[in-house]
Design a protein around this ligand. Structure first.
Ligand code: NAP
Ligand code: 3JN
Length: 338
């Protein structure tokens, strides 16, 4: 079997760590694995397939001989290093928002628009969408193909792991401090996150929305290849460690019953329907954590419009929302293109 030299940039982070685990779990044909992070991490080691690999500093010459670069070092770092890596012949799969909306860079969720991967040839870069967008489009694509979506109204309930390792620590520490009657520390979020919900993810824009909300609006249209789908979003951070949940209201051009939607989703790739209210069964973040599928339930008619549905969508934001989706793209890349 052909094997590949793979580099993970951002290897010590929440997403990078998960990418390394998923490469091992899925037995990705790795010849050599190079682990890259900031100068702060030089000297650390990470185990891959029983071997301790030293973390190196991400530098301009890091990509000589590398075939595939899995990037999650933050937007500014990707903006600088992804083109350098691509120029040295490496195909970059980038988890940041740096290139997502560039017209000649594919933005890919394999279950939805796998064919777009061919566009890696343009600039040697493929973008991985935002986690909240990924889990929503995996579920909505089969429904769009059947009944054509007119409008989506989504509210998210996003886990702290979406903000990285420091935010996971902040929630743990705040919970401990509150139980021990101590002052909480706020370093990552502007307000207490323990036992609270913050309607604020990423920075605010002039239109009153946050960047996270506008990522959902714009990325959905690009991935679904339909600029006419109307999307409006409210993104909320909740005190959950892993697993983003979403309340999604969809209005369609054509008729679609909740039974038909359930039938389509039972067959949809990467989707698992968990929808039996008589047994209190619906998707939950605590069960989605560590899983590959995107879970959907509470599928029901929106009784206020002619053709509409409401549903509840949950996925592991670090797996399907980031690392797994990136590795799935790499799998298609080696199978069909490299
Ligand atoms: P994290 O846990 O804070 O990890 C950040 C990683 O980037 C660490 O490995 C860090 O290395 C590295 N890094 C930071 N500055 C660097 C530099 N100047 N040069 C090289 N490496 C550098 O964050 P995360 O949750 O893994 O997220 C990382 C990025 O992935 C985010 O900024 C975002 O763009 C993207 N992301 C995407 C999704 C998605 O929805 N697809 C979800 C989450 C995150 P050190 O440990 O050495 O500091
Ligand atoms: O907050 C979340 O739940 C997901 C966060 C994603 C994220 C965090 C920092 C920077 C992104 C992203 O993927 O859109 C970025 C970014 O690259 O803009």
């Amino acid at each position: 079997m052909k094997t590949y030299n793979v580099a993970v940039a951002g290897a010590t982070g929440a997403v990078g760590n998960e990418m390394i685990e998923i490469l091992e779990e899925r037995n990705f044909p790795v010849k050599n694995l190079k682990l890259l992070a900031s100068s702060r991490s030089v000297g650390k080691t990470i185990t891959f397939k029983g071997e301790e690999i030293k973390v190196e500093e991400l530098k301009e010459d890091s990509f000589k001989g590398i075939d595939i670069g899995l990037f999650s070092p933050g937007g500014a770092v990707s903006m600088k290093f992804a083109p350098i890596a691509a120029a040295s012949g490496c195909v970059v799969i980038d988890n940041t928002s740096a290139f997502r909306m560039e017209p000649d860079i594919p933005l890919v969720v394999p279950e939805v628009n796998e064919h777009a991967i061919a566009g890696y040839k343009n600039r040697g870069i493929i973008s991985n969408p935002n986690c909240s967008t990924i889990q929503m489009v995996v579920v909505l694509k089969p429904l769009h193909d059947y009944a054509k979506i007119k409008r989506i109204v989504v509210s998210t309930y996003q886990a702290v792991s979406g903000t990285g390792k420091k935010a996971i620590y902040e929630l743990e520490q705040q919970v401990l401090a509150i139980y021990n009657n101590k002052e909480i520390e706020k370093k990552v979020y502007p307000h207490q996150i323990a036992f609270n919900c913050l309607p604020h993810i990423d920075s605010f824009l002039e239109n009153g929305y946050t960047k996270e909300e506008m990522k959902m609006v714009n990325e959905t249209k690009k991935i679904m290849e339909d600029p006419n789908i109307q999307v409006t979003a409210t993104t909320v951070r909740v005190p959950v460690f892993y697993g983003h949940s979403e309340s999604v209201n969809v209005e369609f051009e054509n008729e679609i019953t909740s039974e038909k939607a359930r039938e389509l989703l039972e067959k949809a790739p990467g989707v698992k329907v968990v929808d039996d209210p008589t047994k209190n069964l619906y998707p939950l973040a605590i069960y989605a954590a560590g899983k590959d599928e995107t879970f959907v339930g509470r599928i029901r008619k929106d009784e206020t419009v002619k053709y509409g549905l409401n549903m509840w969508i949950v996925a592991d934001n670090i797996r399907k929302g980031a690392a797994l989706n990136a590795v799935q793209i790499a799998e298609v890349l080696i199978k069909k293109y490299l």
